[in-house]
Ligand binder design. Structure first.
Ligand SMILES: Cc1cc2nc3c(=O)[nH]c(=O)nc-3n(C[C@H](O)[C@H](O)[C@H](O)COP(=O)(O)O)c2cc1C
Length: 180
């Protein structure tokens, strides 16, 4: 199994989403010790915005296509994902490669993959909140490719120290409950 780990938090060692992606990777490796892990840190090595001339980083799509499982660290920034992560989505959500438009509408082309998102948010959000564009966006983006994404969520991280600890504990408990 090939696992692709994507991190996008700017807060380094203090990052909750990075703590969760690390825990998910450890869990997956415990289940399959032969798994190969490829890590892409979108803060250490940012991708550029799209341009008409092409970005020259086709390797990002190849890496995604080659992975069986993708673990995505997604902090909420200003109600949605960091622009670093959006730039990565722009490289992997591509008509003709990961989805196509058929006679009956869009068709996902990479439905065999597993995507696990480690979502960390400062506050608390109902899924249908008008301010929630991180989980909903990632669900829609991966869904367009045919993938039903799974979420491990740590909420209330910016509310205070106790809520932060509770949010991290909640996220780590959800990692424990991830299906093999
Ligand atoms: C630039 C920035 C913007 C943020 N915007 C929001 C926001 O819109 N809503 C929210 O609930 N939390 C927001 N937060 C708080 C983060 O979602 C929270 O601290 C989360 O844990 C960040 O993930 P990390 O710990 O992996 O860095 C923001 C944090 C930063 C640094």
């Amino acid at each position: 199994m090939t696992i692709l780990r994507i991190d996008s938090s700017i807060t380094g060692d203090a990052s909750v989403s990075r703590q969760l992606t690390a825990a998910i990777i450890a869990q997956l490796q415990a289940q399959d010790p032969t798994a190969q892990v490829i890590a892409r840190d979108l803060v250490a090595s940012p991708l550029s915005h799209l341009t008409l001339g092409g970005s020259g980083d086709a390797d990002v799509l190849d890496e995604f296509l080659a992975a069986d499982t993708i673990v995505v660290g997604a902090p909420m920034y200003n109600f949605t994902v960091p622009s670093q992560l959006k730039a990565w989505i722009d490289r992997v959500l591509i008509a003709g490669k990961t989805f196509k438009y058929g006679a009956d509408g869009p068709v996902g082309l990479v439905g065999g993959k597993r995507v696990i998102v480690a979502l960390s948010r400062g506050g608390f959000y109902e899924d249908n909140s008008a301010f929630e564009h991180a989980k909903s966006y990632l669900q829609a983006a991966f869904g367009f490719s045919g993938i039903t994404s799974e979420f491990v969520t740590a909420d209330g991280i910016a509310v205070g120290p106790e809520q932060r600890e509770a949010g991290i504990a909640q996220g780590l408990a959800e990692v424990e409950r991830l299906a093999a």
